[in-house]
Every structure is written in structure tokens, then in C-alpha cells.
Design a protein around this ligand. Sequence first.
Ligand code: SF4
Length: 126
Amino acid sequence: MKFIALSGSVLGNRQQPGVGPKTSAAVLSFSTLRGKALPVDSHHHRVAARLGLIPENLAVGPSHRVLEAQLPPGWEAQQVYDNHQVLMRLGKDTCTPRAPRCATCALLDLCNHAQARLAPATVAAG
Ligand code: SF4
């Protein structure tokens, strides 16, 4: 794994030919390299979109750079790793694809998606 260049920045020079951003970031973040990289899996991506951190129609690949750019520049690799783990865990356990449990979600007050989803339906007066 020494072939992966580590620049010390979140974006870094980690992209390798034929390897996507999620895999590259996962290798850096999850291995003993413990590099500063943000993997975005489908759970992380769904939560980020629902929270309005990324546009709903932004694909997983390009969402890496958008989400990485939002991280505090002074964060260490462990904090970046924790950020991914928290959002991924939230997506698996609470913010599920078909039936998010918004009523019990700690982020309910910050989530426009949930506010719209839970708002009382407006019925056109006839
Ligand atoms: S409030 Fe609902 S939609 Fe928003 S992050 Fe939580 S579970 Fe997901």
C-alpha cells in the first residue's frame, strides 16, 4: 500500500488510475495507513443529500470532493474517519432508504428533508 501518495490534505493526491474515490478513500482511511480521507458510501451519501449537504442529484463520486471541502481544515484523520462513521451509521440505522425514522433522529431539527416529509399535507380547498 506504500504506492498511494499521501499529501496530508483531505483531498490529497490519492486517486489512482482505475480506482474510484470511494475505494481510494476507504483504503486510506480504514487501513493501517490511517490517512486523512473521506469515503462516501450509499448510506453516507443518502444522509448528506437529505440534510442538504449536497444536492439531491449529485452522484456519489463527485460528492466526495463537495463533502470533503465542507470539513474543517484542521481536522485530523481520526475526525474525518469519525465523520464518515457517524453519517454511515445514521444512514444504516435511522435514515434508511425507504422509511427513515425521522421522529427519533437527533438531526430532525436540522433536516429540511424531514421537515418537508413530516409537514402536514396541505389539501387544496375545493
Ligand atoms: S431527520 Fe429523517 S431524513 Fe433527516 S437525517 Fe434524520 S432520519 Fe434522515
